[in-house]
Design a protein around this ligand. Sequence first.
Ligand SMILES: NC(=O)c1ccc[n+]([C@@H]2O[C@H](COP(=O)([O-])OP(=O)(O)OC[C@H]3O[C@@H](n4cnc5c(N)ncnc54)[C@H](O)[C@@H]3O)[C@@H](O)[C@H]2O)c1
Length: 435
Amino acid sequence: MKASNVKPADGKLGVLVVGLGAVTSTFMTGVLMARKNLAKPVGSMTQYDKIRVGKGADKKYLKYEDIVPIAKLDDIVFGAWDVYPANAYESAINAEVLKEKDINPVKDELEAIKPMKAAFDHNYAKRLDGDNVMVGKTRWEMVEQLREDIRNFKKEYGVDRVVVLWAASTEVYVPVDENVHGTLADLEKAMKADDKEHIAPSMCYAYAALSEGAPFIMGAPNTTVDIPAMWELSEKTGMPIAGKDFKTGQTLVKSGFAPIIGTRCLGLSGWFSTNILGNRDGLVLDEPANFRTKEVSKLSTLESILVPEEQPDLYTDYYHKVRINYYPPRNDNKEGWDNIDIFGWMGYPMQIKINFLCRDSILAAPLCLDLVLLSDLAARAGRHGIQRFLSFFLKSPMHDYTKGEVPVNHLFQQYVMLKNAIREMGGYEADEEID
Ligand SMILES: NC(=O)c1ccc[n+]([C@@H]2O[C@H](COP(=O)([O-])OP(=O)(O)OC[C@H]3O[C@@H](n4cnc5c(N)ncnc54)[C@H](O)[C@@H]3O)[C@@H](O)[C@H]2O)c1
């Protein structure tokens, strides 16, 4: 075993979230409640999972915090930006994810989290019309304001390190444009020219975070940091980036279930995934241009697990469809159905049905915590650029497509990547033994 050269997690960790909605208010409430020992952070790998280190007689199973220095929940300080002025308490109540009895014990702390003015453009989320927004600012001025917000937050709360997490609404689909998104110089030029078509508000947050020495996590499927210009910036400032799109419900099931079909060499002729969802996320995704962003992200999962080129007899031309329907009565309690048409010996068809009655924000909150703590860890370990070891938590894992890299979507391969990165940062050897 080598000595770990990760810097210690001393001092406070600022967690600045973009979007103070259902997911982030549930995340914050859970962290504050867990701190008081009034709730358990169930579903969080950093709080529960144990990884084997060493082999043979030396092997032992340790929690992440016993392998690498992870920030403590007690050291987290929250801040936020949102289009609406509701504080974190009001937002948690409005979201109706948690019962009041699970929110009220931390009411004072939540009320103190008041959103800063959002860098927002109505054309990127037409269903939103809040007034807690920066007015009349160009894209570059948005960047400058956000950078000032981050610096002020650090000063006001005596915070040493900051992580910025986007869990705001899904923006309209922004295709990658080589001429604008290809290099950092071109990106900055477009921001300064106030190119509203190619520069989404989320890019301003990412640019500001990375420039202020904060890792940036993209929890929605937005293009934002999935462009070479942002990779260049993250290398330049030495900051980690992670994305895209939290892998919470249906896609988690898909990336865990598809390997059953692939490993067993069964064939696939179709996979139809549909959802009903009634929260504000569902409302925004009801807009076709916003849904397009989500659809691209959700569709990418199967293609790299059941690959037609590798097994033409089994996976050529399977029909893959994903739908999300806005249905207000269900609010945050999303219901997902998967109908999977498979075939077996001599091509005989069979069907599998999966019905997941989940709770969107309950599944997303522990991912927020893990992504924040592990991105902060990565920064202290001197890792920068795309953090592929965090693919485990993401629906549409970033990868360098300009170099022909392929994403890893297979849940258990992703878990190996996660474990090995933690082992290596802790000074242990990576390995592929299954346990
Ligand atoms: N819950 C899940 O399972 C899950 C899974 C994957 C991805 N996501 C993504 O997480 C995001 C948040 O989901 P949610 O259910 O909390 O949605 P939500 O609508 O409750 O909250 C999003 C908040 O973001 C704010 N916002 C929008 N644009 C903004 C901007 N430019 N700056 C600052 N704030 C802005 C909105 O006003 C809103 O309050 C969505 O993009 C969603 O697609 C959620």
